[in-house]
Design a protein around this ligand. Structure first.
Ligand code: AMP
Length: 285
């Protein structure tokens, strides 16, 4: 596997490698890689001849400097695993490499309020930072396909909207959430959980599933929301939000619409670790 820290070096390599119409798949990450990330890489390797994975803890999407400091970093282990699975190139740029003129310039995009709700409401500026870094990375890598996880449902919707607004020539592939055997969505932040918090965390997915069942059975969304918050609290989790929104606009649902188009999104605190998860109601097996 090839390792790059500089944009120019990666671009030279890609220019020389992208011959014979070989397609390029790109998987942007913040590192501390787990099986969820590797599912994205696998998917990319199935479809594309060249696969680039970036590891960059993007400061502009963190609204809390402690969170940024605490974010797990395991570059040695990550690179070993990426080489093992057959990733073509890893890109580990510095902050200066990604933001050569500083971090303040942000293109203004119109997400029609989608960036203001849920994660956007609790992490002001988060999605502006996400859009900024994905745009910059795409400008560097010029990928044919961009692989992202449905685990970050709202992020995926925002990135898709950005790509449409800027008419970027890249196809987005959304990859279903990879979970631990007890249902907890894999996340780099899981490494920060204490034993007690880890034991409580599976209640997130259990509650999402039970809520989806209730919605399908016709229980009104507000009632399900209230019930779910109680369930989470009983499991010693502190829900920040538990929202039932439509899959396309991410707006709170009207109960007259079809639950199969709804997705349940939640953010909870397990002690001092913030976890997010979601479940499209239609996906309930
Ligand atoms: P992150 O390193 O957390 O920024 O995640 C990088 C990419 O991996 C994003 O597109 C995430 O949505 C995706 N991802 C993270 N966790 C999972 C998971 N459990 N299953 C599927 N994709 C994931």
């Amino acid at each position: 596997m090839h390792l790059f820290q500089r944009t120019a070096d990666l671009q030279t390599f890609l220019r020389n490698t992208r011959t014979h119409n070989r397609s390029l798949g790109f998987v942007p990450t913040m590192g501390a890689l787990h099986a969820g990330h590797f599912r994205l890489i696998e998917r990319a390797l199935q479809q594309d001849q060249i696969v680039v994975c970036s590891i960059f803890v993007n400061p502009t999407q963190f609204n809390n400097s402690d969170d940024l400091k605490r974010y797990p970093r395991t570059p040695g282990k990550d690179l070993e695993a990426l080489a093992r699975v057959g990733c073509t190139a890893a890109f580990l740029p510095s902050v200066e490499e990604i933001y050569p003129t500083g971090t303040t310039f942000k293109r203004s995009l119109d997400f029609a309020g989608m960036d203001q709700r849920m994660e956007g409401a609790y992490r002001p500026g988060h999605f502006t930072g996400v859009a900024q870094v994905v745009h910059r990375l795409l400008a560097i890598v010029e990928a044919d396909r961009l692989y992202m996880g449905c685990k970050d449902f709202q992020q995926l919707a925002i990135v898709q909207s950005m790509i449409r607004q800027l008419a970027l020539p890249v196809q987005v592939v959304g990859v279903p959430t990879v979970r631990e055997t007890d249902g907890l969505a894999m996340s780099s932040r899981n490494a920060l959980l204490s034993k007690t918090a880890r034991a409580a965390a599976p209640a997130i997915y259990q509650t999402l599933r039970a809520a989806a069942e209730r919605l399908r059975a016709g229980t009104p969304p507000e009632e399900v929301q209230e019930w779910a918050r109680e369930q989470l609290a009983q499991a010693s989790l502190r829900p920040e939000y538990f929202e039932i929104v439509d899959q396309v606009r991410l707006e709170p649902v009207k109960k007259t619409t079809d639950p199969h188009n709804w997705v349940i999104c939640t953010a909870v605190w397990a002690e001092d670790v913030r976890l997010i998860d979601n479940l499209p109601v239609a996906e309930l097996a």
